[in-house]
Write a protein of this length. Structure first.
Length: 192
């Protein structure tokens, strides 16, 4: 299987919730990247995996995610924490009301606010260049969704979540190029 759709992701998360409730374990999990774009913002149709960070029983989650992968025929790493390197110390998350564990157990699910996800996507911009990365389309879509009006505003948004000293030049150049494209597209759309 190459991609997980929004429905696949929801099914997997509901299964995690069921397993956590059955085990009387509370799992706090934040979902990022393409999965968040699909689940909450409807900016993606599918993603290769679910980037997530869990607070709580790592052992329980690994076992439960492995069981779900086996049941669904998904890759073993369908749920992974590779996104950890892009987290900000100034994270802004919101809870999804659909997943609210009780004291008896279950999954509590969080997603980044769109501004934070925009900044994360900028920081994670892959080295394939402006034409070779799915991150670019995600950044453009998020810029439109949150109304980023200029390159300076885009960079200020990244700096809201990450110290300026941590932002590599490739990210600054990439954001400048992406925002030029976004602004040109907006002008064309406004004339049409």
């Amino acid at each position: 299987m190459a991609f997980l759709t929004k429905q696949d992701i929801l099914r997997g998360l509901h299964r995690l919730d069921e397993k956590a409730r059955g085990a009387k374990v509370i799992v706090d999990m934040a979902v990022y990247g393409g999965a968040a774009l699909a689940l909450v913002f409807d900016l993606r149709q599918a993603t290769r995996d679910v980037d997530a960070v869990v607070r709580g029983s790592q052992e329980f989650l690994r076992r439960a995610a492995g069981e779900i992968a086996e049941e669904e025929g998904w890759p073993a790493d369908w749920l992974n924490d590779g996104v950890k390197g892009f987290l900000s110390h100034h994270e802004e998350l919101r809870a999804l009301t659909e997943f609210q564990a009780s004291n008896a157990g279950g999954l509590r699910l969080y997603v980044p606010v769109p501004e934070y996800l925009f900044a994360m996507k900028c920081m994670a911009m892959r080295p394939e260049g402006i034409e070779g990365s799915r991150d670019i389309a995600d950044i453009e879509a998020l810029a439109d969704k949150i109304g980023v009006a200029s390159t300076d505003a885009a960079l200020a948004l990244v700096e809201k979540f990450y110290p300026a000293s941590r932002i590599p030049p490739k990210v600054r150049f990439g954001v400048e190029e992406i925002m030029e494209r976004v602004l040109v597209k907006r002008k064309k759309d406004a004339k049409a």
